[in-house]
Ligand binder design. Structure first.
Ligand SMILES: Cc1cc2nc3c(=O)[nH]c(=O)nc-3n(C[C@H](O)[C@H](O)[C@H](O)COP(=O)(O)OP(=O)(O)OC[C@H]3O[C@@H](n4cnc5c(N)ncnc54)[C@H](O)[C@@H]3O)c2cc1C
Length: 436
């Protein structure tokens, strides 16, 4: 691992800091310090500023609207924006730029790149991710949404669920079954589908903390252009896995920054409530500190590999386990420190931030109570804990693989498995964990 950044990157870091000083409001204390009603307007105009300054996708080629820099500059932007508490884009940009755009650069046709990439950056196309279904989460390749070619269009029927930021999107990338007569991983295609059409119905779901952060999406004879299939017909599994590689690598150096900041907030609340001298609480806080340091050094290691052209692969499963289990344990500690107040928590919430609260958010009992609830989901999305452990066991430790009983044509799955024997456990595909 190399814990120093190249000189070029440090020069660019100074430029990014100057940009932030120049463009953020003079009294900037982080997005969370703005009154909740003002945040959407700030985020909208801030995104326009970033688009104009070519700051949204600095590593994309200039011909597609990027700044033509390298991945290290993209990492520097993410780190500096995180430190300043300034959004580096919207949640939908995470799907449009971070996931789909990078996947198109890796696997899209020239026409797809020229058409979609500039529209993603301009904000004309706003994206969400249609992978999971009611019966296909960990077992993603078992999905049942069907797409059938009809002239120059795909006709799509089925349902997606847990679609984050679906309410604010106008396009969705969908994995659909295009051939049920071949094994389940082989008959899938990755389609780009406009949401603003009569055949697509988006219905919000309210989560435990009371926020509408994800949706169900229903497709009834919805249409997508025949040419809008990424990576080739029936080759959608491989495209889907390229995209997941970007999802897992994305926050490797920013996570330690944000968890360190949140740990400082936890220390503050422990002191305020007179719990910081309790030896058991101190032990737990020390454990938290060491975990964040582990994340930091793993971040450097992941970054070194990424800059050398590698993808996180199975090693990403270790990072996912570390941050998601940490997130739950330290928010449980917060709840313990705060005590009975979390039952009817006073103060402001965390504004629906899925991970830690935005910079500047009030350090209130309500904020911690919501963060505790959001942390419950962390061991489910982006690949559940159990699935990550299987990945580590099979791909890193070389343990025997789980039995596979679903290798035949997808159409026959469920019909043929009736003989007594091992319980048919759905096993994810070549790069198992899931998105979202
Ligand atoms: C907050 C949030 C946001 C999300 N956003 C999106 C999104 O934007 N787009 C999207 O497509 N999806 C999204 N998801 C869905 C997410 O990817 C799935 O929830 C996840 O893949 C798990 O699938 P599941 O919920 O169907 O659970 P299941 O796969 O049914 O799992 C249920 C339980 O069984 C265990 N299990 C399953 N298979 C195995 C196995 N082979 N071995 C051992 N244990 C197993 C799991 O670990 C889990 O404990 C989101 C989920 C959440 C919670």
């Amino acid at each position: 691992m190399d814990v120093t950044y190249p000189e070029r990157a440090e020069g660019f870091r100074a430029e990014v800091r100057a940009f932030l000083r120049e463009h953020l409001p003079p009294d900037w204390h982080g997005l969370g310090a703005l009154p909740p009603a003002q945040r959407p307007e700030f985020e909208r105009s801030w995104r326009e500023t970033l688009a104009r300054a070519n700051m949204l996708a600095v590593s994309w080629p200039a011909e597609f609207g990027g700044a033509g820099l390298s991945p290290i500059e993209q990492v520097v932007v993410a780190e500096e924006f995180e430190r300043a508490g300034a959004p580096a884009g919207t949640e939908n940009d995470g799907f449009g730029i971070g996931l789909l755009g990078n996947t198109l650069l890796a696997a899209g046709t020239d026409e797809q790149k020229s058409y979609f990439l500039p529209r993603i950056l301009s904000g004309e196309h706003v994206w969400c991710q249609g992978y999971s279904e009611p019966d296909a989460g960990s077992d993603l390749a078992g999905l049942r949404t069907r797409a059938v070619l009809d002239g120059d269009e795909w006709v799509i029927n089925g349902q997606k669920i847990w679609t984050s930021a679906g309410r604010t999107a106008n396009w969705i990338f969908v994995i659909a079954r295009t051939d049920p007569d071949v094994p389940k991983h082989k008959g899938l295609s990755f389609l780009l589908v406009p949401i603003d059409q009569p055949g697509v119905d988006v219905r919000p779901i309210t989560n435990a903390a009371g926020y509408d952060l994800f949706c169900e999406v229903f497709f009834t004879d919805a249409r997508a252009a025949a040419a809008h299939v990424v990576g080739g017909i029936n080759n959608g599994w491989s495209t889907a896995m390229i995209l997941l590689g970007f999802e897992r690598g994305a926050e490797v150096t920013t996570d330690p920054i944000r968890y360190r900041r949140d740990l400082d907030r936890l220390l503050e609340i422990a002191r305020e409530r007179g719990r910081s001298s309790d030896p058991r609480i101190r032990d737990e806080l020390a454990w938290c500190y060491s975990r964040v340091e582990i994340m930091r050094y793993r971040g450097y290691r992941g970054l070194t590999r990424f800059l050398a052209g590698g993808r996180p692969g199975a090693d990403g499963a270790i990072s996912k386990l570390i941050w998601s289990e940490y997130f739950q344990r330290y928010t449980e500690l917060a709840v313990e420190i705060i005590g009975a107040d979390v039952l009817a928590p006073p103060g402001e919430g965390n504004g629906g931030a899925l991970k830690v609260a935005d910079v500047g958010t009030e350090n209130s009992a309500r904020c911690w109570s919501e963060e505790f609830l959001h942390a419950r989901a962390a061991t489910i999305y982006a690949g559940s804990t159990q699935v990550q452990r299987t990945v580590i066991g099979e791909q890193l430790l070389g343990l025997p693989r789980e039995p596979r009983l679903d290798g035949g044509p997808f159409r026959d799955i469920g019909r043929t498995v009736s003989a007594p024997g091992p319980v048919p456990v759905p096993v994810p595909g070549p790069v198992p964990a899931k998105a979202g």
